[in-house]
Ligand binder design. Structure first.
Ligand code: SF4
Length: 353
């Protein structure tokens, strides 16, 4: 992993407006919104596995969808550095600092298509993400046709077979004629990974890619993803609710809570020098089969449920559940504090005041 920043996210927000109630209409009140992502900043380096971790509803999946441009942001910026091959096809006037492209829904179609090849997504549910009426061969051929890759059927067949071999579905001819329901969960996820690889991406957003698989095959799929990353020089944004999975595959972890990143650090620091009370609570929830396990933090009780992303608590949004909440926490939002060069935390406990 080098220092080259492949993706720069700044002040990213995504609000989903709710339909106005009759009372709001009658009282001329503005409609409310679900603040799924509420102003996040992060950089991703080429070749790293950057993890977004948090409970359901924290905004991690929405962030993945924003990066892959499946949904447009409400505000904020995302600057992406394409591979040199793509860069030479891009007009200079759309580049920022000569090498970045602003990811937005307003990009011309041809540029948008080029960038789609560069940023791919793997979904949580391998069954739902594969068309049940298509055979594996056609599922994999579809993106090649859409992006005009391979000029003859023979060329496309070679690419498809190579991708299946890369994800260890061998011999490929045994799988190309099958429908998704004729595959196991792990095999389906391998097909989904092969489909993402076919377009030659440099950044892959993996949204809970192993959470629906049997525990016995999770490690195999994670290892496959690590091997492919090394072989192809990929960069991953890995989305998971499971800190144990994150610690297995990720170089850095960003912990999200109610649309904000509350702590970000290299994986070892998150596990061994945990700062934020919410991260401590997530670690405490990781099952510990072996008492000498490295997740040593225990007994950090947090109260209640995650509040609604419509009515965000004032001050620190974690304060209603935090065992350490102080007066300032109820009044003022904590700033992002650089605790050490690569470790940032948003919590008043670490502010030098
Ligand atoms: Fe808890 Fe206060 Fe830190 Fe928020 S800022 S996590 S309420 S101590």
């Amino acid at each position: 992993m080098g220092n080259e920043v492949i993706l720069r996210v700044m002040g990213l927000k995504k609000y989903f407006p709710l339909r106005r109630t009759l009372k709001e209409i009658l009282m001329f009140k503005k409609g409310r919104s679900v603040k799924a992502v509420d102003g996040i900043d992060f950089d991703i380096h080429r070749g790293e596995v950057f993890c977004l971790v948090g409970e359901s509803g924290c905004g991690k999946t929405t962030t993945g969808r924003l990066v892959t441009r499946l949904i447009p942001p409400t505000s904020g910026r995302m600057l992406f550095k394409p591979s040199p091959q793509t860069l030479k096809h891009l007009p200079k006037e759309i580049l920022v600092d000569g090498e970045y492209v602003e990811l937005s829904s307003k990009l011309p179609k041809n540029i948008s298509r080029l960038l789609r090849r560069e940023i791919q997504i793997i979904f949580q549910d391998p069954f739902g993400s594969l068309n049940p009426r298509m055979k594996v061969y056609d599922i994999l051929k579809e993106p090649l046709i859409i992006h005009g890759i391979g000029s003859t059927e023979d060329e496309r067949r070679k690419l498809i077979f190579k991708a299946l071999e890369e994800v260890k579905l061998t011999p490929p001819e045994e799988f190309t004629g099958r429908f998704p329901h004729m595959l196991s969960g792990g095999q389906r996820q391998r097909v989904a990974i092969a489909r993402a690889l076919l377009l030659g991406p440099s950044l892959i957003v993996a949204d809970e890619p192993v959470s629906m698989l049997d525990v016995s095959i999770r490690a195999e799929i994670l290892q496959l993803m690590i091997d492919l990353k090394e072989k192809r020089g990929l960069t991953y944004i890995f989305i998971t609710h499971d800190l144990a999975v994150a610690s297995y595959i990720c170089n850095r972890i960003a912990v999200m809570y109610l649309g904000k990143i509350v702590e970000v650090a290299p994986t070892d620091e998150i596990i061994n020098k945990t700062l934020h009370p919410y991260t401590k609570a997530l670690l405490a929830a990781v099952p510990e089969p072996d008492p000498s396990n490295r997740f040593k933090i225990r007994e950090v009780p947090i109260k209640g449920e995650v509040p609604s992303a419509v009515v965000i608590p004032p001050g620190c949004r974690f304060h209603p559940r935090c065992p350490y909440a102080m007066d300032v926490c109820r009044r003022e939002e904590p700033p992002s504090i650089e605790y050490s060069p690569h470790h940032k935390v948003s919590c008043w406990l670490y502010a030098r005041r």
